[in-house]
Design a protein around this ligand. Sequence first.
Ligand SMILES: C[S@@+](CC[C@H](N)C(=O)[O-])C[C@H]1O[C@@H](n2cnc3c(N)ncnc32)[C@H](O)[C@@H]1O
Length: 313
Amino acid sequence: MGVTACGALCGRHRQLLLLLARGFCSGFRRFSAEGETHFGFQTVSEAEKGEKVYQVFESVAKKYDVMNDSMSLGIHRLWKDILLHQMNPYPGTQLLDVAGGTGDIAFRFINYIRSQRERQVQQKLRSHQNLSWQEILKSYQEGEQKSLGGSHVVVCDINKEMLTVGKQKACHLGYSEGLSWVVGNAEELPFNDDKFDIYTIAFGIRNVTLIDQALKEAYRVLKPGGRFLCLEFSQVNNPLISRIYDLYSFQIIPVLGEIIAGDWKSYQYLVESIRRFPAQEEFKEMIEDTGFLKVEYRNVSSGIVAIHSGFKL
Ligand SMILES: C[S@@+](CC[C@H](N)C(=O)[O-])C[C@H]1O[C@@H](n2cnc3c(N)ncnc32)[C@H](O)[C@@H]1O
């Protein structure tokens, strides 16, 4: 068979796979056999999925950040910034970032709180017109000492290797105050009830085997009034962008994975897992079913990602 014919067949094959994945995605989720789930496009046992996901992130940990930048052309940074703006945390906020990996959300949270604190100090100084130079200096020093105003972020992830890379990054970038790292499973969080003001999970929930269970845990550890925020790949709502995105995902991303990280399979899983994750409305219903109120979502980049938000009221 000539190269062109083979390419056409492979292309049609892939399209068929995509259609199958899309069409039956929610069906599989609701009607898969007891104890079975999916790992990308494969059907596996629940125990197997946990192990396989662990292996993926163990394998990609060291190259995770560089791959994130190359695959998304840096756009993941923008998506994470948008999440932080939506969160709009205040000094004193207690954040739990689940599936926090190498700490991107945590570092953004700390930066955000620091800038809020700086603004507070400046506002205070502006409102007192006749301060001496010593008084101004003292205010700045106090502001620096309590630069996070009691805020704290816990990065929780099931994968030790991802956390190790995150801790090294924190050390290198100078983040230490108000930050801790905990190994833990989103389905069984090692925290007391009603502990956090905000729970975030960014690009993590689609990797979790029992999503309903993870949502219940999110609800349990949030304080009444607390907020759930999830940033995740979702369903593209523009047909043209959708076609380009599919082409990019299936043809380019695994190749990049092979070239940069020597790991085709992990990046193939990444692309497939995105297609298997429930679409915006279905995921919204799942969050509501957990008991969260005022649940809403916003699409970003034509739905390539969506941010779901809900409150424990
Ligand atoms: C794609 S990374 C996202 C990392 C980080 N949140 C970010 O946005 O860069 C997915 C993370 O989910 C973690 N993960 C997968 N299953 C998990 C589970 N059941 N509980 C906690 N973390 C999990 C993986 O170890 C990995 O670090």
